[in-house]
Design a protein around this ligand. Structure first.
Ligand code: HEC
Ligand code: HEC
Ligand code: HEC
Length: 140
C-alpha cells in the first residue's frame, strides 16, 4: 500500500477504525453463519447402517477452520446420502483411516473409538431433530 506523506494522525485513525471494523465484522462471537463460506448449515444425518450419526459443517469449517478440500471430494462427495450407501461406511473403516477416520484418529481430531456419542446421536437424537417445530407424531 502506497501512502502520500499525509498527517500521521489521520492515518492512525484509519488504521484504528479498520481494526475495530475487523473485530466486529470478523470472527467475533455471534458471527452470522454464511453457507457460501462454510457449507450447508443444517447438519447432515446418517441413518445407515445405524441411526443416527450427525455431521456438522459449522463445527468443521467455521469452528475448526478446515477447508472444503480437506473433505471434498476425496473423502466425501458434495452430496448428502452417498457415503451411507457404501457397504464399508463402518467403524472398521473409520478405524482404518477412511471417511471421518481420516482425521478422527486421536491426532488431528478426537479418536473414532472414543466419545461415541459425540457422533452418534442415536434414535432419540434423530427423533428430537425431526420433531422440531410442532411435529405431531412424537409423543413425549
Ligand atoms: C470435515 C469434512 C467436511 C468439510 C471440511 C466440508 N464438508 Fe461438505 N460434506 C461433508 C460430508 C460428510 C457430507 C455428506 C456426504 C455424504 O453424505 O455422502 C458433505 C456434504 C456437502 C454438501 C451436500 C449437502 C446436501 O445436502 O446434499 C455440500 C453442498 C457441501 N458439503 C459443501 C461444503 C463446502 C462448501 C465446504 C467448505 C466450506 C465443505 N462442504 C466442507 C464433509 C465436509
Ligand atoms: C478433515 C478432517 C476431519 C474429517 C474428515 C472429519 N472431522 Fe470431525 N472434526 C475434525 C476436527 C479438526 C474437529 C475439532 C477438533 C476435535 O473436536 O477434536 C472435529 C470435530 C468433530 C466433532 C465435534 C465434537 C465436539 O467436541 O463437539 C464431531 C461430532 C465430529 N467432528 C464428527 C465428525 C463426523 C461424523 C465425521 C465424518 C462424517 C467427521 N467428523 C469428519 C476434523 C475432521
Ligand atoms: C467420528 C465420529 C464417530 C465416532 C466417534 C464413533 N462413530 Fe460409530 N459411526 C460413525 C459413522 C459415520 C458411521 C456410519 C454411518 C451410520 O451408521 O449412520 C458409524 C457407524 C457405527 C456402527 C454401525 C457400523 C458398524 O461399524 O458396525 C456402529 C455399531 C458404531 N458406529 C458404533 C460406535 C461406537 C461403539 C463408538 C465409540 C466406541 C463409535 N461408533 C464412535 C461415526 C462415529
Amino acid at each position: 500500500m502506497k501512502l502520500k506523506d499525509k498527517s500521521p494522525l489521520s492515518l492512525l485513525t484509519v488504521m484504528v477504525c479498520g481494526a475495530l471494523l475487523c473485530c466486529t465484522a470478523g470472527q467475533a462471537v455471534g458471527e452470522e453463519y454464511d453457507e457460501d463460506i462454510y457449507g450447508p448449515e443444517a447438519p447432515i444425518i446418517f441413518v445407515k447402517p445405524v441411526k443416527a450419526v450427525e455431521f456438522s459443517h459449522k463445527v468443521h469449517t467455521m469452528e475448526a477452520g478446515l477447508d472444503c478440500d480437506s473433505c471434498h471430494d476425496d473423502l466425501f462427495e458434495m452430496e448428502a446420502g452417498l457415503a451411507e450407501q457404501n457397504d464399508d461406511f463402518t467403524m472398521e473403516s473409520l478405524y482404518a483411516g477412511q471417511y471421518c477416520g481420516a482425521c478422527h484418529d486421536g491426532d488431528m481430531a478426537f479418536a473414532s473409538n472414543k466419545r461415541c456419542t459425540a457422533c452418534h446421536i442415536g434414535v432419540k437424537g434423530f427423533e428430537r431433530l425431526h420433531s422440531d417445530g410442532g411435529s405431531t407424531d412424537s409423543g413425549h
